[in-house]
Design a binder for this molecule. Sequence first.
Ligand code: HPA
Length: 257
Amino acid sequence: MEIKIAVIGGTGVYDPNILSDIRNEKVATPYGEVELKIGKHQGRLVAFMNRHGEGHSIPPNMVNYRANIDALKKLGVKNILATAAVGSMNPLMQPGHLVFVDQFLDFTKFRQQTFFDGGNAGVVHTDMTEPYCPGLREILSQAAQSQGLTYHNGGVYVCTEGPRFETAAEIKMYRMLGGDLAGMTGVPEAPLAREMEMCYAAIAMVTNFAAGISPVRLSHQEVVDTMIHNGENIRKLLMQAIEQIKDDRACSCHSAS
Ligand code: HPA
């Protein structure tokens, strides 16, 4: 049976408890070996990957994004549901809300952004007009709606280099530029998935108001605590979304260039 669906668990989503019959798998890629889990949900095989490694040991700026996406491609994955903890700079997007991101602004600095490094790998300029799969976003919105969760279908994700949080002035600037949310991992994960012509959706959970908006100093513990507090909502959402993913979606993610 093919593994067409993968979940990338971000901060606070470490447990593949959406799945049964779980086995460990190691996938070799030119960028390094990737350890992940493969299990079943409603008779379908699903891959589960911890973005930050076992015990949250890999910071966002050190994640081997190319190895992770290449490993999923090698397994045959066509659809990626990726969770992400985010800080909000939009007063309408509040802690505990879900946002199914539809655009990003990239402020990362030192990351490998492409599989196409020139030479034998070639040079490719991928269209990124619509960086997230609109079909998966619709499935997530319907699932969130039917479960009575507070969600936003669309939002602009600002990817920062991290691992530090932003300054208050940076958040003010990102807001002026049209950002809604700040996170540290969405880029290059989303564009690499598009280079590999896979559908990719980000399930952003607002864990805090961003720097200068939040009345308190930011801490990783606050982020993890909010994710764990909302873990059951994310789990149910993932399960329902996985059930709804069909093979015949009319999106253009699978013809990227
Ligand atoms: N900024 C960047 N990344 C984050 C935040 C934040 O405020 N909260 C959770 N991830």
